[in-house]
Structures are given as structure tokens and as C-alpha cells.
Design a protein around this ligand. Structure first.
Ligand code: FES
Length: 147
């Protein structure tokens, strides 16, 4: 059984060498969320071309799990359509990292929520229709992370 600090090889690889780290100048959408429990913050930037996420970057003041999940989510989402990106769950993120210690599961939510917020921000800015599921997530995220 995995202990609190017994991360998978993939988590350690992404933590040591995060992909798509940094910010995007003039992004099409930005999502920023914070974790009330630990105080960690995540910011995720996207560029959208047509209906595809052409570029995605993140910045985080977060733990190893937050960094690794953000890194892997940028890999999973880059080049995907908005709708495909909205299907991303924290389970898909965790699975592609070969799991996370149970105590770190909440950290993976941070990256998924930041992605949803970045897409929400893009759709609002461009006066595009907000899918119902995204509107519901945005409400939940607002209550959870922003108060
Ligand atoms: S402990 Fe805060 S995001 Fe992991």
C-alpha cells in the first residue's frame, strides 16, 4: 500500500520535470482556483484555435501531487477540442499518473477545476454558449475555492 509520500514513478517524473509550466501571454482563457484546505493555488492558461485547445500552460503554488496532476492534464488536453477537455475527470488524471496516495486525491481536483474555469472564462469572454454541466461546475468551484 502506498503511504503519504510514496508517489508513483510517473508522479515523480512530472514533479521533477513538469510539462507546460509557465504562463501564456494574451491567453484566450484563464482559470484560477485555490484549495481552502491547504492554501495551494493553481492558475491555468489556454489558447484556443477553432474549437481546439492549441496551447495550455500552468503555474502553481502547490504540492508535488498538484504539480504532477497539472503537468499531466496539460499533456492530456493539448490539441483536444473544448468538449473533449470538458470530459476530463480527476480519475483520468490520476489513472494516467498510475495513481495517487489517497490523502493527495484532492490535489488532483485542483487541476481539473482550473481547466474547467479556464474553459468557462474563454466561453464567457467570447460570448459562447456555456454547456449546462460546465455552468454547474463553475458554481460549485466558485463556492468551493473562492470564498
Ligand atoms: S496539498 Fe495542496 S494541492 Fe496538494
Amino acid at each position: 500500500m502506498r503511504g503519504q509520500f510514496n508517489y508513483s514513478k510517473k508522479v515523480l517524473k512530472h514533479f521533477r520535470n513538469p510539462h507546460n509550466l509557465g504562463s501564456i501571454k494574451q491567453p484566450d482563457g484563464v482559470g484560477e482556483v485555490g484549495n481552502m484546505a491547504c492554501g495551494d493555488v493553481m492558475k491555468l492558461y489556454i489558447k484556443v484555435e477553432g474549437n481546439n485547445i492549441s496551447e495550455i500552460k500552468f503555474e502553481t503554488y502547490g504540492c508535488a501531487a498538484a504539480i504532477a496532476t497539472s503537468s499531466v492534464i496539460t499533456d492530456l488536453v493539448k490539441g483536444k477540442t473544448i468538449n473533449e477537455a470538458l470530459e476530463m475527470t480527476n480519475k483520468s488524471v490520476i489513472d494516467s499518473l498510475d495513481g495517487l496516495p489517497p490523502i493527495k486525491i484532492h490535489c488532483s481536483l485542483l487541476s481539473v477545476d482550473a481547466l474547467n474555469e479556464a474553459i468557462y472564462n474563454y466561453l464567457v469572454k467570447n460570448k459562447k454558449e456555456i454547456p449546462e454541466i460546465l455552468a454547474a461546475r463553475h458554481k460549485r468551484i466558485e463556492v468551493l475555492h473562492k470564498h
